[in-house]
Ligand binder design. Sequence first.
Ligand code: PLP
Length: 394
Amino acid sequence: MSINETMYAYGAAKSSIREIAAYGARRKAEIGEQNVFDFSIGNPSVPAPPQVRAAIEQAAALPPVELHSYTPANGLPFVRSAVADSLVRRFGPNAANADDLYLTCGAAASLSITFHALCVPGDEVIVISPYFPEYRVWIECAGAKCVEVLADQKTFQVDVEAVGEAITSRTKAVVINSPNNPVGAIYTRECLEALATVLRDREQELGTTIYLVSDEPYREITYGAKVPWVPAIYDRTIVCYSYSKSLSLPGERIGWVLVPPTNPDHDELICAIAGSGRVLGFVCAPALFQRVIAACVDVPADVAAYAENRQALTDGLGRLGYTYIEPDGAFYLWVKSLEPDANAFCERARELELLPVASDGFGCPGWVRVSYCVSHDTIVNSMAAWAKLAESYA
Ligand code: PLP
């Protein structure tokens, strides 16, 4: 082959989540939407808030040349100011300035850009398993090795001691995701403070620099627990954010990378983020949606429907005897497979038209992820199939 075999392999391997979602779509066409219980993909089921529609209409009234023009590579200055001002209102005066932000095509681009900005071949990046499977792709394509460290298997908080042990002289970054996909855990302040202490201690012992990459697309999808502002706990933090979940805009590809002004390597990092965005072609995030988010920075996420689904799903599966981790945020339930092989469990579930995702792809065997960003009816009507599935193991 005369093409890049690594890229070919990524294209051929496909994302297991997307494959199940594609199967679900085919199956719905065959037997009817109401007969398939598709819990595969994290596509928000709550409509974007009305302020989004109003902002689109307002932007659409601009002269077309102005509306559709290129913006600066890092985004329109007034949009970055609006985002920074909102972060300052929420997290304090040191949270962000307009020039600390680089607007991107969602968290996928934010993370890709960040890993390319930080890593050279041979570096290592630690992820906390279970983790969003695309992390491995983005880390490896940035030339680094993806090192998995299992979360505490009871609380699914970061196993700080295990992270400390996994850090080597090649460790460039640790990635955290809170609220977490796939588990729904929100890392407590104590957990993050303990992690920060370990990172600082290991930096000092090894004479290296370790960054904390905080992937936060679910920051606003919470059910009561607080999500600490990570840069206030560890100064070498880079925040990756997206409006895909909070404003239900996954198809519009809009988010940002923040290098907080308190990061000691701020100037070099901002420059490397810009360089990385340039190299990867992630320049000038979608101009219409830059304008939309400027108008919607303080619009709260509507979590009422997710909260109801979460209640119905945990009540229902709990009654049937399933073991799960109580989710504090995001819209995923982490359920123990009823046999050690989660893939075999998912195959049996599929026969009953239930489509969860096996945990193996998340780097943690023996569980399944159930996305509850679906209609409430899907949850309620799926219970008979979950019951049959449990009975089949009795
Ligand atoms: N990070 C996590 C943890 C996610 O769950 C997702 C998407 O589901 C992403 C990043 C990518 O988000 P985006 O759609 O904004 O690229």
